[in-house]
Design a protein around this ligand. Structure first.
Ligand code: GLV
Ligand code: MG
Length: 313
């Protein structure tokens, strides 16, 4: 074991991230009543260029008027990207008018650590100016070749005092930026397994949550489940929903099953017994288990406890 070991920056349940265009206030109200763990109010690509100001105003109203905490939601706002003139306005206006009601900003198209620093600097001015003492976290979308090339340096910000708590993989922009021969959003995920894996490892090295992005064909529920299962097996802990029908599927796939929880408990019990008789390894159902099995089991148990806590709140 390395002398350096990351622990999670912040534990939040983020199995499903429901993306809602900022230009659609009706959907925000509905999102609050949904089963999504996290609601993402969007200022960026789902909003037409001439609707940006109105979208920002809608988001500010929704942050102030809806009781997101009571609804059990993490509420996040996707701002416009670092190269856009809108980004500064998004951060400053939203903090000034609704800074007490937002959990995180999601920064799209992050290419380098400097893109994150730019938002950190805006927050360092906007938060005290508006008298906001609430912790406002940051999440980044890795969705360009440059972002992936720098993903380790971006993730590493979390151990150098940044507000960063999660990275999301944005398959649509990533496909476009890599000039991949696809016109679908998120359906060709197997093409991107090496990239998804690279982002996941960067997250795990530095204690961040790893979230998978959108799946465009919202009528193909089985396709969504297949993609979600693939990334969940890799270690991703959440996936976007761009349609209400995807929310429950994300929650299901990203939650341990009862059988997994039972098996995890059996592993921990068997290892306890082995340890009390001086053994490091044990045999369970005809298979060898050891300390690493214990860590895998502990991951399952801690996720199931977090879900039970949310369900009972
Ligand atoms: C999300 O923003 C994506 O580009 O997939
Ligand atoms: Mg995108």
């Amino acid at each position: 074991m390395s002398l350096y070991e990351s622990s999670k920056v912040l534990i939040r349940l983020q199995r499903s991230v429901l993306s809602v265009p900022g230009s659609n206030p009706d959907m925000m109200e509905k999102a609050a009543g949904s089963e999504a763990d996290c609601v993402l109010l969007d200022c960026e690509d789902s909003v037409a260029p001439d609707k940006k100001s109105q979208a920002r105003r809608n988001i500010i109203s929704a942050l102030n008027e809806i009781d997101w905490k009571k609804a059990g939601k993490t509420v996040s706002v996707r701002i416009n990207g670092p190269q856009s003139r809108q980004m500064q306005r998004d951060v400053c206006k939203i903090i000034e008018k609704a800074g007490n009601h937002i959990d995180t900003f999601l920064i799209p198209k992050v290419g380098t650590p400097e893109d994150v620093h730019a938002v950190e600097k805006l927050l360092a001015i906007a938060l005290p100016t508006s008298g906001i003492t609430r912790r406002v976290g940051l999440e980044c979308l890795i969705e360009t070749a440059l972002g992936l090339v720098n993903v380790e340096a971006i993730a590493r910000l979390s151990v150098t005092g940044s507000r960063l708590e999660a990275l999301h993989f944005g398959m649509a922009d990533f496909s476009a930026n890599c000039q991949s021969r696809t016109l679908e959003i998120g359906e060709t995920d197997h093409l991107w397994y090496p990239s998804l894996q690279r982002m996941l490892v960067a997250c795990r090295a530095y204690g961040l949550r790893a979230i998978d992005g959108p799946y465009g064909d919202f009528r193909n529920l089985q396709g969504y489940v297949n993609v979600a299962r693939g990334v969940a097996a890799m270690g991703y802990e959440g996936k976007w929903a761009i349609h209400p029908a995807q929310i429950e599927l994300a929650n299901q796939v990203m939650s341990p099953t009862d059988a997994e929880v039972q098996k995890a408990r059996k592993i921990l019990n068997a290892l306890d017994q082995a340890q009390s008789s001086g053994q490091g390894v044990a045999s369970l159902d005809g298979k060898m288990i050891d300390a690493a099995s214990g860590k895998m089991a502990a991951n399952i148990i801690s996720k199931s406890l977090a879900i039970a806590e949310k369900d009972s709140a």
